[in-house]
Write a protein that binds this ligand. Structure first.
Ligand code: BDP
Length: 664
């Protein structure tokens, strides 16, 4: 077992008969999957029924005594995968009805034409290689495996290239490769999308401008879109990062985000395409980066076309181990908004840390925005239940690369899996998802002898490993950025600690100093009414709760407040002592993960066991570095001792800083 089979390993299927009065490419896929995965009674008959059922969404289905019913062939395919999953996890199957939470459940690949992957830690791109557009047999095989894995968890869309988009992607040569990829994804019900560079008309078309209101520019995009649809008739649309981090955009021409998005929306509209327009923007002039996306987008609410959806990162800053939810959720009421989660672990230890991200996404989805009264959770204000938005979607920035196990870390697969499951059902619990994933990934690959000991496996492997997953995100928060600290990672790579970093000449809101604001008087970013007033972007009662350090959840305290070192926390301890305790706890949690994993060795194949064991060792070493670096650095301001009953630092701050290549 090298992990390449993901959660899809199937053991010796039983024979099954399939009845279906319809035919389509997708139904053929559904039949094939059922045939190679059936675990129910041998020679049972399964029926596919396509009929109009108003209570079912386009991708929804019911399963009832071996009859799978849906409105569309895609619905049948999802029904088949659902049935197989339940068989493989040992669930009882009766009277099942499933409708997806979001219409578009999409992976964003930050992959570049040269094969590199921005923030990718699992090898090079599966889609692009050295700017070479030739398609090999191996490519086709891999793309098909990719499509199958996605379909099995309900993902139905993929953006094939980086949001920092190369204009090359729209050239005829690249579009041919996109066509080849789309052909592998289509039988699994997956639509293809591309990221585009806003200045493509000037860069590729040699126009004098890329101004979205210029008639030549409009014509250029219309022509380009027409060509794309000739090559890929079911093309999904564009994802756009514009006027952000140096990317060109409508603001270069004095236009708004809505002007830019609507021009593209009009171009794809005749073909049923959509535009996902990212709200990840921040101008260097505003005083608090956490407020900027809201400030730019709120005035545009209602100004976007109906086939535009605004794509918002879960937190207001940038995929930190913990952030409050972005105040744009729920705030925009007239235009559709979609969440963007980051599956790749840019700020959470790359492919070294074992961090199960589902609990973080669940925290965001279940957070109450109060925008339309109590219960207006992020899930509900984005899936169409609170605001009747016609278009609903959710995106995950992929962690996939050419590594044999796809995700670099064997447990990174759980995050890909969890994203798909939550996109399908934003009400699922992370615990259930972990349970499914572990059974599918580790139990089903055991030998028969292993399987006879199912109960033993459940108590000795499933229970402790699931608990480790459930605790893993909080552990990372503890040893990296506890109590609301954020963005104190080392520059550029965002892996190790770097709270000291903030050289002159670098824009302030890219540096840790800007975010933690540690000084003799305390630590944390004052976002209260007296500070940047970011709290006012939240609806009451949240704004009031966040504004007062006594009612602000302690896990977000230093996000919203600048707090004196000797401030008394709910525990009665000082802020400084609590900070020390959190860092220390994070380290012991990871050490405990090592023990948990070492003990489950008899239940895991050697390859996967050793891989995870080695990564946990690295994670533990790095956790200690984080703890030592942050505590020794903050101690220069607090002048307080690390509580003597805690483990002492084993690294020296001056040496850590000397080893930080960005601080030279
Ligand atoms: C940041 C990443 C950067 C991305 C950017 C984005 O550091 O590589 O391009 O987000 O989402 O987190 O556009």
């Amino acid at each position: 077992q090298d992990g390449h089979d993901l959660w899809l390993y199937r053991y010796n299927p039983n024979p099954v008969k399939i009845l279906s009065s319809h035919h389509s490419v997708i139904l053929a896929t559904a039949k094939q999957e059922l045939t190679q995965g059936w675990k129910g009674n041998p020679n049972a008959t399964v029926k596919f029924v396509l009929k109009k059922d108003k209570s079912l969404a386009a991708d929804g289905f019911t399963i009832n005594s071996n009859v799978i019913t849906a409105n569309t062939d895609k619905g049948i395919l999802y029904g088949v995968f659902d049935l197989l999953r339940r068989q493989n996890t040992g669930e009882t199957i009766s009277d099942i009805k499933e409708n997806p939470s979001y219409q578009v459940r999409i992976l964003n690949h930050w992959d570049n034409p040269d094969g590199s992957v921005e923030r990718g830690y699992a090898g090079n791109s599966i889609f692009w290689r050295n700017n070479d557009v030739n398609v090999t047999e191996n490519d086709l095989k891999l793309w098909k495996e990719y499509a199958r894995a996605n379909a099995s968890i309900g993902i139905n869309a993929a953006v094939l290239n980086n949001v920092n988009a190369s204009p090359l992607i729209l050239t005829p040569e690249y579009l041919q490769r996109v066509k080849a990829i789309a052909a592998q994804l289509r039988p699994y019900g997956i639509k293809t999308y591309l990221s585009v560079k806003f200045s493509s008309p000037a860069l590729l078309g040699k126009l004098k401008t890329s101004d979205p209101l210029n008639p030549e520019v409009i014509r250029w995009w219309n022509e380009k879109v027409k060509k794309i649809y000739t090559v890929i008739p079911d093309f999904g649309g564009f994802l756009v990062k514009a006027s952000s981090e140096g990317q060109p955009g409508p603001q270069d021409f004095g236009r708004t985000h809505a002007d830019g998005a609507n021009m593209l929306a009009d171009a794809v509209k005749p073909y049923g395409g959509i535009i996902m327009w990212r709200a990840f923007v921040y101008s260097p002039h505003d005083m608090d980066r956490a407020k900027q996306a809201y400030n730019e987008f709120m005035p545009l609410d209602g100004k976007f076309r109906s086939n535009v959806i605004v794509q918002v990162k879960n937190g207001p800053i940038d995929f930190q181990p913990r952030e409050p939810f972005s105040p744009l959720f729920g705030a925009m009421k007239k235009n559709a908004v979609m969440p963007e989660f980051q599956i790749t672990q840019e700020y959470l230890g790359h492919s070294v840390y074992l961090v199960y991200l589902s609990t973080m996404w669940e925290e965001c989805l279940k957070a109450d925005t109060y925008q339309a009264g109590k219960g207006s959770t992020v899930a509900k204000v984005t899936d169409g239940s609170v605001f009747k938005q016609a278009l609903t979607a959710i995106a995950g920035v992929s962690n996939i690369g050419l590594d044999t196990n796809w995700t670099g870390h064997q447990f990174g697969q759980a995050n890909w899996y969890a994203f798909g499951r939550l996109a399908w059902n934003n009400n699922l619990s992370s615990e259930q998802i972990a349970d499914e994933w572990l059974k599918l990934t580790f139990y089903n690959s055991l030998s028969i002898a292993g399987k006879e000991k199912k109960q033993e496996w459940e108590s000795k492997f499933l229970a402790p490993v699931k608990q480790m997953m459930m605790d893993s995100r909080e552990a990372a928060v503890n040893y990296m950025t506890p109590l609301g600290l954020h963005h104190i990672m080392a520059a550029n790579e965002h892996y190790g600690p770097g709270p000291w970093w903030g050289p002159k000449g670098v824009r302030a809101d890219w540096t840790p100093l800007y975010y933690h604001k540690a000084g003799e008087d305390g630590v944390g970013f004052d976002r209260t009414h007296k500070g940047s007033d970011a709290v006012s972007q939240y609806h009451e009662p949240l704004a009031g709760q966040y504004n007062d350090p006594k009612t602000c959840p302690e896990e977000l305290l230093l996000w919203f407040h600048h707090i004196p070192w000797n401030y008394q926390m709910k525990s009665g301890k000082t802020l400084w002592n609590e900070l020390c305790l959190h860092y220390d706890k994070g380290v012991s949690q990871v050490r405990n993960f090592q023990k948990v994993w070492d003990e489950v060795e008899p239940y895991v194949d050697q390859t996967r066991f050793t891989e995870v064991q080695r990564k946990l060792r690295k994670q533990a070493t790095n956790a200690i570095l984080w703890k030592d670096a942050c505590l020794l650095y903050f101690q220069k301001f607090s002048h307080m001792p690390i509580p003597y009953d805690l483990e002492r630092p084993v690294n020296n701050l001056d040496e850590i800083i000397a080893n930080d290549k960005y601080s030279k």
